[in-house]
Design a protein around this ligand. Structure first.
Ligand SMILES: Cc1cc2nc3c(=O)[nH]c(=O)nc-3n(C[C@H](O)[C@H](O)[C@H](O)COP(=O)(O)OP(=O)(O)OC[C@H]3O[C@@H](n4cnc5c(N)ncnc54)[C@H](O)[C@@H]3O)c2cc1C
Length: 478
């Protein structure tokens, strides 16, 4: 887990029960807080941890949520990564049952050579299935295949007293829908049954376009999205007013096995593993200043303009380019970083995206990486996606950032959109409450499953998700 050992205060009896006190962060390394951390290996140890842990408690996966969704200062975290056994697989239907601590990396290693791929994958393979379910993750195929929840058959959830419930669309369906996207606040997800997709090869046929403005990007999405399973645009946030939203758009489908044999050679389901690099230290903050980010962005743009428009790439390159640099979150220096990811409905998307980018330009706070995607249909209570356009931008934590993010959140709200809780560390409760219209319904189910609010996170307390009090939020976090 991405935890840093802080003052190790092992009260003896705590250590004997298998917990440590650690300072823990999300992937953005902001904010940070200290909690009791338990790492059970068996279900019995998990029940014991839940009974003995100082309250409140929160399940945690690989800590890839950016902000405070997977931290719980003053309470306990139950790290599920040792509960990572695969339990049953039906090769006819592709249905896999496994423990919630299995990561996408482990899934790929086991199932890609057998011709199966997760139905939805995030931009890193270092995410657990429990984390994927709790955030109801989306991928580059949302416009075709919706989010992870669509492919879940059922899961087992441990409640506050250690009781286990099976949840599916038929059984405990309220809890099923409240847990998908429920950010770990309804209980501990233990096992998940979901459907993998068949693939012929581990390679993708990719088509890319350098597009001069946001209008071109949206038109190209509309034209190509039905032909391609995967689509994404990398937006140059530093572009001037005349090319606002200029992007590299990429579209891809898994390549047929015979084409891979012809053009790449070797076994179509095997990808040669590349070495992972690691940053040995935090980069000083000045390295990521507006000038370097602008040149990075422009360079990226230039390289892609010159690159081939059609090519075959392996799935690691296409889905997980950032995973090659193990701890790239250190690029942002010791103060950490955050990601602002929003979605705005189709009808408001164009104007909302332009307003967002103009606000960003005025602020002079640079965004280093912006990713634009189109979302399709979505079910769920607290799930983030809705039919529309989603934009994700990374920012180093710095003076003036909280105020900028608040202005961006207000644009999103005005346009009828919402922000992604799995990335957030700064939003205000009153705005988030208006963005998620099913919050009251979700809260009723959460409180009936967990009346004493044993399950809680720093995110849920900052945003008063389960108490419903928007007023208590007060000042912007610094
Ligand atoms: C580089 C990068 C790219 C990303 N790309 C995408 C993307 O394309 N699409 C997308 O949707 N997300 C994306 N994410 C976000 C990531 O997929 C989610 O934050 C996911 O929840 C992280 O899973 P995790 O195992 O690391 O969980 P953690 O970060 O540890 O926890 C996240 C949430 O899940 C809950 N949780 C975890 N395990 C359990 C469990 N067993 N039971 C109950 N609750 C649990 C936690 O309480 C917490 O609320 C990306 C993140 C990174 C760092």
């Amino acid at each position: 887990m991405s935890a840093e050992l802080a003052q190790h205060i092992p009260p003896r009896e705590l250590a004997e029960r298998g917990a440590s006190r650690l300072t823990v962060t999300g992937w953005g390394r902001y904010p940070r807080s200290t909690a009791q951390v338990w790492r059970p290996e068996k279900l019995s140890a998990l029940s014991a941890a839940l009974a003995n842990a100082s309250k409140p408690v929160l399940a945690r996966g690989l800590g890839r949520a950016y902000g405070d969704a997977a931290i719980n200062g003053g309470g306990s975290l139950i790290d599920l990564t040792r509960l990572n056994r695969m339990l049953a697989f039906d090769s006819q239907s592709g249905v896999l049952r496994c423990e919630a601590g299995v990561s996408f990396a482990e899934l790929l290693q086991t199932f890609v050579p057998r011709g199966f791929f997760p139905p939805v994958t995030p931009g890193t393979k270092f995410v657990t299935l429990g984390g994927a379910l709790a955030a109801d993750i989306h991928g580059k195929n949302h416009h075709r295949d919706s989010s992870f929840s669509k492919h879940v058959v059922e899961f087992a959830l441990m409640g506050p007293r250690g009781e286990i419930k099976r949840c599916s669309r038929q059984e405990n369906s309220d809890l099923f829908w409240a847990t998908l996207g429920g950010m770990g606040l309804t209980g501990v997800i233990l096992e998940i049954e979901f459907k993998l997709k068949r693939i012929e090869s581990a390679y993708l046929e990719c088509e890319s376009f350098a597009l001069p403005s946001i209008d071109h990007v949206l038109e190209t999405f509309a034209e190509h999205d039905q032909r391609y399973q995967f689509s994404v645009a990398w937006v140059d946030c530093a572009a001037g007013p005349r090319n606002l939203g200029r992007s590299i758009a990429m579209f891809a489908n898994f390549a047929p096995a015979d084409r891979v044999r012809r053009f790449i050679g070797g076994h179509p389901l095997i990808v040669e593993q590349r070495r992972r690099l690691n940053l040995p230290f935090d980069l000083p903050q000045f390295v990521l200043n507006p000038w370097t980010m602008r040149s990075f962005s422009a360079l990226y743009h230039l390289l892609h303009r010159r690159g081939e428009r059609r090519r075959i790439v392996d799935l690691e390159q296409f889905f997980y380019p950032l995973d090659r640099l193990g701890n790239w979150n250190r690029l942002y220096g010791r103060r950490g970083f955050t990601q602002h990811q929003c979605v705005m409905p189709v009808a408001e998307g164009r104007d909302g995206l332009i307003e967002t980018m103009e606000e960003l330009r005025r602020s002079r706070i640079p965004a280093s990486l912006a990713v634009l995607k189109r979302f399709g249909e979505q079910q769920g209570m607290l799930s983030f996606p809705m039919p529309g356009y989603t934009l994700a931008m990374d920012f180093a934590v710095q003076t003036g950032l909280a105020e900028l993010l608040n202005r961006l959140d207000r644009i999103v709200l005005k346009r009828g959109g919402r922000i992604y809780l799995a990335k957030d560390a700064f939003a205000q409760a009153e705005l988030v409450h208006q963005m998620y219209p099913n919050l009251a319904q979700w809260r009723a189910i959460k409180l009936s499953a967990d009346p004493d609010r044993i399950f809680s996170s720093q995110l849920s307390r900052r945003l008063n998700l389960d108490s419903g009090r928007a007023d208590a939020c007060g000042a912007l976090p610094r």
